[in-house]
Design a protein around this ligand. Structure first.
Ligand SMILES: O=C(O)CCC(=O)C(=O)O
Ligand SMILES: [Fe+2]
Length: 207
């Protein structure tokens, strides 16, 4: 069992969990298969996100003028989302033994000043199975609060190859990304892309 920092409330941070060559393979696979399929999401109110997004796996999270939802097909081209990377399925099985398999691997690609405001992952019928997320590339400041908006928050730097799990009470906590941080050369293998890639695994349905 690799070391993790227990941040309380079911938050587990595994720094440098993925080796550099695995990170490189994962990034190459993801960017190759996501090419031409990236989405520029907008909120239902029409505000653009500063990240671009894509999904792998049976269900993908989509945000547009019609609302937030999960669907089995890419909204622009109508094809099923590409298969979930084997590395991500293995991570889930290794770190969350006994959990039902993930149904969505959401990609968030952050460049320059991209960020993500505080939100809860609330569109899944399954609000109990943990969320597992991987960071690749530029480090970022991840912010996490509590179950109610407006309460105190804390932050943790997520570096390349890090895994964070939100389980237990923290599955329903507000969280977001403040901003990208300058790369730390000691832990910054060249992964062949700019900015930061986040891959988030979630269970969506309750069955
Ligand atoms: O980029 C991250 O680490 C967080 C992404 C996130 O919270 C989400 O996609 O719901
Ligand atoms: Fe989230």
């Amino acid at each position: 069992m690799k070391q993790f920092a227990d941040l309380g409330d079911g938050i587990r941070h595994y720094p440098h969990y993925l080796e550099a060559d695995i990170q490189r393979e994962l990034a190459q696979d993801v960017f190759t298969r996501a090419e031409h399929l990236w989405l520029s999401p907008v909120t239902p109110g029409g505000q653009p996100f500063s990240v671009r997004q894509m999904n792998f796996g049976p269900l993908g999270w989509v945000s547009d003028r019609q609302g937030y939802r999960y669907q089995p097909h890419h909204p622009d081209v109508g094809v099923p989302w590409p298969d979930m990377p084997a590395t991500m399925r293995k991570l889930w099985a290794d770190l969350l033994p006994g959990a039902p398999p993930p149904q969505c691997c959401l990609l968030n690609h952050y460049q320059d000043t991209a960020k993500m405001g505080l939100h809860r992952d609330a569109d899944e019928k399954d609000q109990d199975t943990p969320i597992l997320s991987v960071s690749l590339g530029a480090p970022a400041r991840f912010r996490i609060g509590g179950a109610k908006r407006g309460g105190p928050t804390r932050s943790v730097v997520l570096g390349t190859g890090d895994v964070i799990i939100l389980s237990g009470p923290s599955r329903r906590f507000y969280h977001g990304i403040d901003r990208l941080l300058p790369a730390d050369d000691l832990f910054a293998p060249d992964l062949g892309f700019d900015g930061r890639l986040n891959l988030t695994l979630r269970r969506v349905t309750r069955d």
